[in-house]
Design a protein. Structure first.
Length: 233
């Protein structure tokens, strides 16, 4: 019997329906996120499920699942803490942040604390060099962290709190994030409108405004509109 619920199967059908019938294998990436949302990682059963619904073989699915670091091959904690140790963050102290967390939590790269709360990993460039050193929790950003700030975040998480990221939506669990990565909306009221972009990100917009070449009516603080709001326009 499948370990996956009927809800997951229905979501899988919805994902596959987004692609042309003769291109259904393109649905593999979101489907891998979907199975990860139920089990917390891509298990052998998850690989088998994706292969079954897409008409692929397990070797084809496994080759994709092992290529991308966002697909986890063993159970993960509720919160995936990724510390950027790539060049820019590293010269600004990223490795120190990682080492401090690793020592404090007693886990190394891709390992999970005994309470099952936190998986730590060092990450390559997280595309936020202008805020380095950065770390993400379930892919939401904590900017300009130092060892003390990073410790504060993980301690709050272990105590059951949900510290607010510097930018973007409020935190959810890794399984909940995997559903969003599979292409389903964040259903929490107002979550999509949480947090605005930071000033370094807006630098280009500000310069365009100063030079009179900005896009008319563009408002960087306007949140992404929900489907309902779009329908009411
Ligand atoms: S080097 Fe850390 S975000 Fe780019």
């Amino acid at each position: 019997m499948s370990v996956f619920t009927e809800e997951t199967r229905a979501r899988a059908r919805e994902i596959i329906a987004r692609y042309p019938a003769d291109r259904s294998r393109s649905a593999l990436l979101p489907l891998l996120h979907l199975v990860q949302s139920e089990e917390g990682y891509v298990s052998p059963a998850g690989v088998e499920f994706c292969a079954e619904v897409l008409g692929l073989n397990k070797a084809q699915v496994g080759a994709v699942a092992t290529f991308y670091t966002m697909y986890k091959r063993k159970p993960t904690g509720d919160y995936l803490v990724s510390v950027c140790t790539n060049t820019m963050c590293n010269v600004l102290g990223g490795q120190e942040v990682y080492d401090t967390l690793s020592e404090h939590l007693g886990v190394g790269h891709d390992e999970t604390t005994e309470d099952g709360k936190i998986t730590l990993e060092h990450a390559e460039c997280l595309a936020a060099c202008d805020y380095g050193p950065v770390m993400t929790v379930n892919y939401d950003f904590f900017d300009n962290v130092d060892p003390q700030a990073a410790l504060g975040v993980v301690e709050e998480l272990r105590a059951g709190g949900r510290p607010m990221p510097t930018r973007g939506a409020r935190l959810c669990t890794l399984k909940e994030m995997a559903i969003q990565l599979a292409g389903f909306a964040d259903e929490r009221a107002g979550a999509v409108a949480d947090g605005g972009p930071g000033e370094p990100t807006l630098r280009g917009v500000r310069l365009a405004e100063q030079h009179g070449i900005s896009v008319p009516g563009f408002d960087p603080n306007t949140p992404i509109r929900s489907k309902e709001a779009e329908a009411q326009k």
